[in-house]
Design a protein around this ligand. Structure first.
Ligand SMILES: Nc1nc2c(ncn2[C@@H]2O[C@H](COP(=O)(O)OP(=O)(O)OP(=O)(O)O)[C@@H](O)[C@H]2O)c(=O)[nH]1
Length: 436
């Protein structure tokens, strides 16, 4: 009987143990559920990043310093959900409804382009080749003297002394000068006799031959306006343009610049006519039309300094040609002629002057010759430009000026138009004079 109390003690202990175990299990299970719930809550609150697919382009924002205010998002945009389902989706707009993904933003105005130097206006420049042919009609007045008067006399058959006197007078009137006239008349007489010329066609051929020969010279007629190399460096050709007032220096400089630009050269123009501000303005206008640069000084500035600066600028800029337009000056004014000599000397301190063009107004006739003599003494003229041949019957000055000076006529001006400058070619010139 003494084992009975121990039996009951063991039973009670087992029951208590089982109760404790059951209670423990229940508590543990409850805790696990609460952990699971917090996890689920996390899922709802945190939008998932993975699996995001953009439905539009990338929103652009203005760059630079300009700030644009963020536009207010309308409810339906739902940008905060990244396009994914979220709490309250059903209460708002279905997530598969169209979403605006590109925001309209103000783009900054493009900054205004800085003002550039005047662009070269694309002006049509007539080709220099064949200009004399094209402009032959401009020689109208001279043509009537040579073509009609001379051919009329020579084509009439055997000439008596009176007729030869008329031929001589006609040539003198056309400004060929006494010496050239005598020479031409003698050659004509010889040739007509030697060839036993009978028809006006034959007479015309002889006249053409004799006049062309009288204009021919061994001197080079090409204008030295292309660059050359000095000590391995490119040096622009320097061309000085001189003459008395109003002969057409500035116009010729502008016309020549056009010819050069049309042939692919780059040009700097020097406005060394500092007497008249209008002259520099005039040159500037020519320059703008072809896109050339102008170097000019203040009114009354030393023309030699302006010419020097122009050549310096042209050399630094690596252009092909520097054309220097000088002020008109009377050949009789010693002071002005000295000044011109100085212009040339000063320029030559930095670069050789390759071409000295003397501009003569064909309408002034014999006076042009006097001018040419004086200018040649002062600045060693290398080429003549005979302008205004379109307005005179005295085209014969061409013959005389070459003969007297031994300097070739290189260019002729046949009008006020920008392309009315032609190279001088004896054959084409005589042909134009004799054309009907
Ligand atoms: N008909 C005709 N007129 C010309 C020709 N060349 C120039 N001229 C005109 O002659 C006038 C004087 O020309 P400019 O170029 O100003 O003469 P410039 O020698 O520079 O004048 P200054 O600077 O005053 O000495 C202008 O009206 C020109 O249009 C030409 O070949 N034919």
């Amino acid at each position: 009987m003494s084992s009975t109390p121990w039996f009951w003690i063991v039973v009670v202990a087992v029951v208590v143990l089982v109760a404790v175990l059951v209670a423990g299990l229940l508590i543990a299970r409850r805790r696990r559920i609460s952990l699971d719930e917090s996890k689920a809550a996390d899922v709802v609150e945190k939008p998932k990043g993975g699996g995001y697919t953009a439905t539009g382009g990338i929103a652009l924002a203005p760059g630079g310093e300009e700030k644009t205010e963020e536009p207010e998002h309308p409810v339906e945009d739902r940008p905060e959900t990244d396009g994914q389902p979220a709490v309250g989706d059903d209460a708002a707009v279905p997530r598969d409804s169209a979403q605006r993904t590109v925001r309209d933003v103000e783009l900054p105005e493009p900054a205004e382009a800085p003002e550039e130097a005047a662009p070269a206006p694309a002006e049509e420049i007539a080709p220099a080749a064949g200009r004399l042919e094209r402009l032959r009609g401009r020689l109208g007045k001279s043509r009537s003297v040579f073509g009609q008067s001379l051919l009329g006399l020579l084509g009439a058959g055997d000439l008596d002394e009176d007729s030869w006197q008329d031929v001589e007078d006609t040539l003198l009137m056309a400004d060929l000068g006494a010496a050239t006239t005598t020479e031409i008349v003698e050659r004509l007489r010889d040739e007509l006799k030697r060839r036993a010329v009978r028809t006006s066609e034959e007479a015309r051929a002889v006249l053409q031959e004799v006049l062309t020969a009288a204009l021919s010279t061994d001197a080079v007629r090409a204008v030295r306006a292309l660059p050359h190399t000095v000590d391995g460096k490119k040096q622009p050709a320097v061309v000085l343009v001189a003459g008395v007032n109003g002969t057409g220096k500035t116009t010729t400089t502008g016309k020549l610049a056009r010819v050069l630009v049309a042939q692919g050269s780059t040009v700097v123009l020097g406005a060394a006519d500092t007497f008249r501000a209008a002259a520099a303005d005039q040159l500037q206008t020519w320059a703008e039309r072809v896109g050339a640069e102008v170097v000019r000084g203040k009114e009354g500035a030393d023309p030699a300094a302006v010419a020097f600066d122009a050549v310096k600028r042209g050399t630094e800029a690596g252009v092909d040609t520097v054309l220097v337009d000088t002020a008109g000056r009377l050949h009789t004014k010693t002071g002005l002629m000295d000044e011109l000599g100085k212009v040339k000397r000063v320029v030559e301190k930095q670069a050789k002057v390759d071409e000295v063009l003397l501009v003569l107004d064909a309408t002034t006739g014999q006076n042009g010759l006097m001018q040419a003599r004086v200018f040649s003494e002062v600045i060693d003229v290398t080429g003549i430009v005979l302008t205004k041949l379109d307005g005179t019957a005295k085209g014969g000055i061409v013959f005389q000026v070459q003969r007297e000076l031994g300097v070739p006529v290189k260019l002729v001006g046949l009008g006020e138009g920008p392309d009315d400058l032609a190279p001088f070619e004896p054959g084409a010139f005589v042909e134009a004079l004799l054309s009907s």
